[in-house]
Design a protein around this ligand. Structure first.
Ligand code: GUN
Length: 294
């Protein structure tokens, strides 16, 4: 079987190049530029890395980027006041609060305090609700990145059986909804699997499109796959390896084992991962345009 490797790094670069061109045009026609603010609380190393990457990517396409860093012991009230301040700043188009947050801060209170018009993470219940009923909204970056890959590779989704492994608010749940929508990519028949699903292997075997977001390294093996399936791997894990670094990055799918059974497959790293930041920037540009078109 000929397998096509979906090159997320390449597509992310294309998306960012398109954003860069559009932002350059906006700068010529406006006296303001899109502006993304990230709030980070505490010193979780992974969060620091993610936010630094988002900041660098934003700058690389001409989007202004600011980061507000707060110590772990910031009070919920002070954080909410800061969000309120940013909500009211007309020059700011996108606001993300990097998760996780310390335990004394309510994630839902924080997300609900963000102006839905600036919620470029697409986590606010207003944006989630609009997505569910098919109204224009900010779609979370990772699900949006998966849809963009399907679109750019012109992968047929209509009438296909799409199996989604995982039901998280950030990935599995929105993707299961989006893939069932009357749109492209979409129009699929969707099955959502989770920790209580019985006979998981036989359901995976029925998938024309398999989206994996279960958080279990190399869980999906070749014998579970329907020959010719499209496999999208959203997982990212660091596992011990016999190399210089002592580790390697893998997904939820055992890539080397599974690839030969598929028509299209995303690698990890270099598949869905690079798309996430590209789509966050795309949402920030969209937010800017919505404000300036109205
Ligand atoms: N933590 C892990 N992924 C994300 C994300 O996409 N957005 C935010 N705000 N925090 C995260």
């Amino acid at each position: 079987m000929t397998t096509k490797i979906i090159d997320g790094k390449l597509i992310a670069k294309k998306v960012k190049d398109e954003i860069k061109t559009e932002v350059a045009g906006l700068i010529d026609n406006n006296d303001s530029t899109p502006h993304l603010v990230a709030i980070i609380v505490g010193d979780d190393p992974a969060s620091q890395t993610y936010v630094a990457s988002k900041e660098k990517a934003a700058r690389s396409v001409g989007i202004t980027s600011s980061v507000y860093k707060f110590p772990t012991d910031i009070s919920e009230e002070e954080l909410l006041n800061t969000i309120d301040f940013i909500n009211n700043d007309d020059e700011i188009n996108g606001l993300i609060v990097q998760l996780p947050l310390p335990e004394h801060i309510s994630v839902s209170k924080v997300i609900e305090s963000i102006d839905p018009e600036k919620d470029v993470d697409g986590f606010h219940p207003i944006n989630v609700g609009k997505m569910v009923i098919g109204q224009p909204s900010f779609i979370s970056a990772t699900p949006a990145g998966v849809l963009e890959l399907l679109k750019r590779y012109k992968i047929e989704t209509e009438g296909k059986h799409c199996v989604v492994l995982g039901r998280s608010n950030i990935v599995g749940s929105p993707l299961s909804i989006l893939m069932s929508k009357k749109s492209y990519p979409g129009n699929s028949t969707v099955t959502v699997c989770h920790s209580k699903t019985k006979d998981l292997s036989s359901i995976i075997k029925q998938a024309d499109i398999l989206i994996c977001a279960i958080g279990s390294p190399q869980f999906v093996k070749a014998d579970m796959i329907k020959p010719g399936a499209v496999v999208i791997d959203v997982g990212i894990h660091r596992i011990p390896a016999d190399n210089e670094k002592g580790y390697k990055i893998v997904g939820d799918v055992d890539f080397e084992d599974v690839r030969r059974e598929t028509s299209y497959i995303t690698p990890v790293p270099g598949g869905v991962g690079p798309m996430t930041i590209a789509m966050l920037l795309s949402n920030t540009l969209l937010s800017f345009k919505k404000k300036h078109d109205s």
